[in-house]
Design a protein around this ligand. Structure first.
Ligand code: AMP
Ligand code: GLY
Length: 404
C-alpha cells in the first residue's frame, strides 16, 4: 500500500517508520529534516491508497473532509467529530450524553468571571482550569492554589471560553482506539508523563515520555474504557450524524477510586504512538485502511510482549518559550544502541546541513526490550549520547513501572 502521513513531528515519524517496517510505501508531508520519507508536496497533490492525518489542528480545520470529498481514503475524523478535541466544553457535553463518568466540571464564557470563581471555590483543594479550544497540550493549569486558579481563569476568560473542573490524582493512562464510525478496536495502552520535571513537578507539557505496556492497566481496564466510554461515545456521535473514522484517544486517570475519564483526543497521542506502534505486530496500514473504509469487523491487533519506553528530549525553555537553532550531536551514536530508534519531532537542517532544534519537543528516544526496566535502561543509555545546549529531559520516565 502507498500511505501518506500528514504532519511533521515525532508521532508522524513513528507512524511512517511503522508503515515502512511493515513493507509499505510511505510519504510524509511536510515531515521534517529528520524524517527520511518527507516530501514538500501539498497533500492535495499526493497520490496514495491511504491518508493518515497526524495532528489535531488540520482535523479540526476539516482536512479529512476535504480529502474525502476528492475521493481519498482517509483515516482521521471530519471537522464534526474533531470538535471533541477542538472544544472541551462540547466534549464534556458528549461525555454527559454518552453517560461517561468524568471529573465534576462547569464551562464558562467571557463575562462569566464571577460565576467561574464562585464555582472554583466549591471544588475540594485541587483545581483545574482548561482553555476551551486547542492549546497543544499547554492550555491546562492544575494547582492546589485557589488564588492561582482564579487568576488563571480570569486571564483565560479574557481570551475565550474555559472549562473548570475538580483535580483528580493518580497515574495517567492513554487508550488509543481505532474507530470505523461504528466499531472501536483498542491498541495496547500506554502511559504518558505530562509534567515538565521529575516527580511530576513543573508545568504541563504535550508529554515528556511514555511507556507500554502498562502493568497497572490490565485487559479488564481496557475493556471498561471500551464498553463504558468509547463505544457509548461513538454511539452518541452517530446519533448526531457523525461518522467518526479515526483514533478516539481516551485519556484517563487511574484514581484511587478507579479509572476516570479526563478527556478525548481525536488523533494518535504524542509520545504514546512512539511506544505503542513499535510494539505492533499486526499490519497497521491494513487496520487503518479497514477503519477508513468503515469495515473494521473482526479486527484484533496483536502486539509483541516486549516493552517500549520513550524519553522526550526538549529544548531550552520548553514549554514556556522554547529556544530553536541549537546544533544536535550524537544522534547516530544513540541510534547504534541496541533496540533503540530515535524519532525526530522538532528538528530542522541549518544552512550547512546540520540537524538543529526547531521546536519544544525535539527528539523521542525509544527503546524496546524484554522488560520495562531493560527498555528504560536502553533508552537512557541512548539519551546520554545526545547533546545540544539547553537540552533537558525527565530522568524518571517508567521508573516506577520498571520496579513493579
Ligand atoms: P487536556 O488538555 O484536557 O488533555 O489535559 C492535559 C493534561 O492535564 C492531562 O493529561 C492531565 O495531566 C491534566 N489534567 C486534565 N484534567 C485533569 C483533572 N481533572 N485532574 C488532574 N489533572 C488533569
Ligand atoms: N501525549 C498527550 C497527547 O498526545 O495529547
Amino acid at each position: 500500500m502507498r500511505v501518506c502521513v500528514v504532519g511533521g513531528g515525532g508521532r508522524e515519524h513513528a507512524l511512517a517508520h511503522t508503515f515502512s517496517r511493515q513493507g509499505h510505501d510511505v510519504v510524509v508531508t511536510p515531515g521534517n529534516a529528520g524524517i527520511p520519507w518527507s516530501v514538500t508536496d501539498p497533500v492535495e497533490s499526493i497520490d496514495a491508497d491511504l491518508f493518515v492525518v497526524g495532528p489535531e489542528q488540520p482535523l479540526v480545520e476539516g482536512l479529512a473532509d476535504q480529502l474525502r470529498s476528492r475521493g481519498r481514503r482517509v483515516f482521521g475524523p471530519g471537522a464534526d467529530g474533531a470538535r471533541l478535541e477542538g472544544s472541551k466544553a462540547w466534549m464534556k457535553e458528549m461525555l454527559a450524553r454518552a453517560g461517561v463518568p468524568t471529573a465534576r466540571h462547569a464551562s464558562f464564557a467571557p463575562g462569566d468571571e464571577d460565576r467561574a470563581i464562585a464555582f472554583l471555590s466549591t471544588l475540594p483543594g485541587l483545581y483545574v482550569v482548561k482553555t476551551d479550544g486547542l492549546a497543544a497540550g499547554k492550555g491546562v493549569l492544575v494547582t492546589e492554589s485557589l488564588a492561582e486558579a482564579s487568576e488563571d481563569a480570569r486571564a483565560k476568560l479574557a481570551r475565550g471560553g474555559v472549562v473548570i473542573e475538580e483535580g483528580l490524582t493518580g497515574p495517567e493512562l492513554s487508550v488509543l482506539c481505532v474507530c470505523d464510525g461504528e466499531r472501536a478496536v483498542p491498541l495496547a495502552p500506554a502511559q504518558d508523563f505530562k509534567r515538565a520535571n521529575d516527580g511530576d513537578a513543573g508545568p504541563n507539557t504535550g508529554g515528556m515520555g511514555a511507556y507500554s505496556p502498562v502493568p497497572a492497566a490490565g485487559a479488564d481496564t481496557v475493556d471498561l474504557v471500551l464498553t463504558k466510554a468509547v463505544e457509548p461515545t461513538l454511539a452518541a456521535l452517530r446519533a448526531d450524524g457523525i461518522d467518526y473514522r479515526g483514533v478516539l484517544y481516551a485519556g484517563l486517570m487511574l484514581t484511587p477510586e478507579g479509572p476516570k475519564m479526563l478527556e478525548y483526543n481525536v488523533r494518535f497521542g504524542d509520545p504514546e504512538t512512539q511506544v505503542v506502534l513499535p510494539r505492533m505486530r499486526s499490519d497497521l496500514a491494513e487496520l487503518l485502511s479497514a477503519a477508513a473504509s468503515g469495515r473494521l469487523t473482526g479486527a484484533d491487533p496483536a502486539f509483541v510482549d516486549d516493552a517500549a519506553v520513550t524519553v522526550v528530549l526538549a529544548s531550552e525553555g520548553y514549554p514556556a518559550a522554547p529556544r530553536t537553532g541549537d546544533v544536535i550531536t550524537g544522534l547516530d551514536e544513540a541510534c547504534d544502541e541496541p533496540g533503540v530508534t530515535v524519532f525526530c519531532a522538532g528538528v530542522a537542517a541549518d544552512a550547512g546541513g546540520r540537524l538543529v532544534t526547531a521546536g519544544g519537543r525535539v527528539l523521542d528516544v525509544t527503546a524496546l526490550a524484554s522488560t520495562i526496566a531493560a527498555a528504560r535502561a536502553r533508552a537512557y543509555a541512548a539519551v546520554a549520547r545526545i547533546h545540544w545546549p539547553g537540552l533537558h529531559h525527565r530522568h524518571d520516565i517508567a521508573e516506577e513501572a520498571s520496579r513493579a
